[in-house]
Design a protein around this ligand. Sequence first.
Ligand SMILES: [Zn+2]
Length: 328
Amino acid sequence: MIAAPAMKRIARFALHRLGGLRPLIWSSRKRFRILTYHRFSLPDLPGAVETLDRQCAFLRRHFQPVPLAEIARSLNTGAPLPPGAVAVTVDDGYRDFLQDAFPVFEKWRIPATVFLVTDFVDRKMWPWWSQVEYAAHHGRARRVRLSLPPDRPEWDLPLESREQRQRAEALIREQLVKIPGRERLAFVDSLADLFDLEIPHEAPPEHAALTWDDVRQLAAAGVEFGAHTKTHPILPLEDEASIEEEIAGSKARIEEELGRQALHFCYPNGDYNDAAVAAVARCGFQTAVTIHAGLNAPRANRYLLKRLSIDLDSTGEYFREHVAGMHV
Ligand SMILES: [Zn+2]
């Protein structure tokens, strides 16, 4: 008798080696996919470029990569997309897109849309999760005591090894998305004291944003740029005027620098409410993407498009299953 885990492995092997994903891809060919990438180069992501290269080869072989603009056109006119249409999106606007990812996407002729946090590109701020990463890995403190949310009992986190620092970073990031924006920013302001280091005003090179010159150069090479707010607050915000300012402000800034319209929007952290969706529509965006996991029907709601989040540290098997639609 074969044990259950072994059976599972054999079934998985058969699924991948014998083309078992093909029927699933074929049966979902009329629905379109939008993939989400974030970072391409971090110390915790060794081999990311090679992984991306293999992922792109798979996309080219089994799907039809299209620009997000083509999806917008199809939603506008009802004209069908090619079967197996897939669009690639990249959130936030880190510079590793230019250095590491773009050459790979270009090699495989896979169009990409990059969603910019415009105050990040303007060097006015850098994202709080990158600041947490920076503090957790570079701080001189050997342990940190903190309460998150602030009224919760204290965590006591040792920082002796790389693993412990990674654990502290993950825990802090996980807690920070759950608390209101003002408290989150107040906590981020306390990182320097907690971890005993200086947090530079401008992002260090490993967390740098694209520059506007990079953006223009990439746009000339066919990359599309969408808006991702000015400062990446988690929408909904308390007042509607701030929502409008964040959304419209980032759109205007991209258009000013690029001299062309920004037609696609990405909700920070995937969170939205009615006011945010209404503001996106009023600003004249053609599409908006969430982080709801799934494939999209041909007549999907253009302002609530689903995406598949892609990790560069997952296995090739998981990636292929995920893109096929097995895990949604
Ligand atoms: Zn983001």
